[in-house]
Design a protein around this ligand. Structure first.
Ligand SMILES: NC(=O)c1ccc[n+]([C@@H]2O[C@H](COP(=O)([O-])OP(=O)(O)OC[C@H]3O[C@@H](n4cnc5c(N)ncnc54)[C@H](OP(=O)(O)O)[C@@H]3O)[C@@H](O)[C@H]2O)c1
Length: 394
């Protein structure tokens, strides 16, 4: 991107952020500086340079359709601060599926010390080699990576987290941090038998989308929405570490949740209204449904097809979607058949002629759309959208 383009888009971003802050009733705002950072991977390669434009502001509490929530953002963590925070750490990413790829490359591009641990000569090992991880330097067996790491980021498949736990648990010694991207393993501990040692911080950063999207949004200078949660805080600094790691792996905005709420909403991942009834926040309901679908899943389907989208999702998500697809199909089929009949017998045509032939068709439509607009999920969505760096108002 040319410097004039960066400058134009930076100023536009600040203007838009100021506008959005006014629109959504931000409780504290102070646009104090405008800064640009160029992140360079530790592995030197000019092709691997990522430029991101950031601006500092003090947004903390936002009003999501009447519910106030704290949101943490990347601009609170400029690169020098991030690199200083992790200067004595080695991020050991265990597993190199979709999330390992996205989070690992982003953290590496952010200039952090990242190593990968996967089983030797598996599919992930090959993928890691292709992405420039070097055996014996940044690419290790799972056990060796955990041994070398200070922050153990468990990005194995959820099933593998359970299967490998007896082997890896003893390696997670006091002083290390245990990180997950899903509440699955620890919340369902009766089934997974994943019980973290009592003397380590246990945190979660769960991106609301495929690891492929985590990567592309980062490269575009944007950032995926993620949720953060704390399972165990032995140092008293677990939350700060979760926020910093969320930014390090490429999140733009971080929403607070719990391990339980994250796993229930993610596995459920369906209609926001039902999530709200079960105690999830407006932002979580929106992020788990509309945001993830429109910002991550649909673009992947559009660009590469349905099979690619499935492959880019976790093994757990894939299983759920494949198992539930025929159930939804069976339940919905009679409705779609009814709709088709209604088209064929002219009912839909007559309704359209009647409604759109009214003198008041604009006012009548506006009334119906206003009802949708006032629904909590779409009001929460406005706040989520307004946080995007490319937000241009609505
Ligand atoms: N993908 C998403 O959309 C998404 C979004 C948010 C959070 N998450 C969470 O992020 C975590 C990682 O998910 P993911 O989608 O990136 O990965 P994934 O596809 O579910 O898992 C892939 C990794 O697990 C390894 N693995 C599988 N079985 C193994 C075994 N028996 N022993 C050792 N390694 C094994 C694979 O290595 P091999 O190649 O050697 O088989 C690969 O590195 C999960 O907790 C998931 O729920 C995923």
């Amino acid at each position: 991107m040319s410097s004039s383009l960066i400058s134009r888009s930076t100023h536009a971003a600040v203007r838009n952020a100021a506008r959005s802050a006014r629109t959504v009733g931000v409780t504290s705002r102070s646009f104090v500086s405008l800064s640009k950072f160029t992140a360079v991977k530790k592995t030197p390669s000019s092709a691997q340079r990522v430029t991101s434009t950031q601006f500092t502001r003090g947004i903390k509490t936002l009003d999501f359709a009447g519910t106030k929530e704290v949101v943490y953002e990347r601009s609170d963590w400029p690169l020098p601060k991030l690199q200083e925070f992790f200067k004595n750490d080695t991020l050991a990413l265990i597993g190199y599926g979709s999330q390992g790829h996205g989070q690992g490359l982003n953290a590496r591009d952010n200039g952090l010390n990242v190593i990968i641990g996967v089983r030797k000569d598996g599919e992930s090992w090959k993928q890691a080699l292709e992405d420039g991880w070097v055996p014996g330097e940044t690419l290790f067996s799972i056990e060796e990576a955990i041994d070398r790491g200070t922050i153990i980021m468990n990005l194995l498949s959820d099933a593998a987290q359970s299967a490998t736990w007896p082997t890896i648990a003893p390696l997670i010694t006091k002083g290390k941090i245990l990180y997950f991207s899903h509440g699955f393993s620890v919340v369902y501990k009766d089934d997974t038998h994943v019980v973290p040692p009592p003397d380590v911080d246990v945190i979660l950063v769960a991106p609301k989308g495929s690891g492929r999207t985590v990567r592309t949004l980062f490269k575009e200078g944007r950032g995926i929405n993620s949720s953060i949660a704390i399972w165990q805080d032995v140092t008293g600094k677990a939350k700060e570490k979760a926020i910093a790691l969320g930014i390090a792996v490429g999140s733009g905005y971080l929403y607070e949740t719990t391990f339980e709420r994250e796993v229930y909403s993610d596995l459920y991942g369906e209609r926001g209204v039902v999530l709200r009834k079960n105690g999830h926040t407006p932002s979580e309901a929106f992020n788990e449904t509309v945001e993830e679908a429109t910002q991550s899943l649909y673009p992947l389907i559009g660009a590469h097809g349905m099979d690619y989208m499935y492959a880019a999702c976790s093994t757990t998500a894939r299983r759920g979607a494949l198992d539930w697809a025929p159930v939804f199909e069976k339940a919905n089929l009679p409705i779609f058949e009814k709709l088709y009949q209604s088209v064929r017998d002219g009912t839909e045509t007559r309704k359209s002629l009647e409604f759109n032939g009214r003198k008041t068709y604009r006012e009548d439509l506006a009334r119906e759309l206003a009802e949708i607009d006032s629904q909590e999920i779409w009001r929460a969505g406005k706040v989520v959208r307004s946080l995007r760096p490319d937000y241009k108002g609505e």
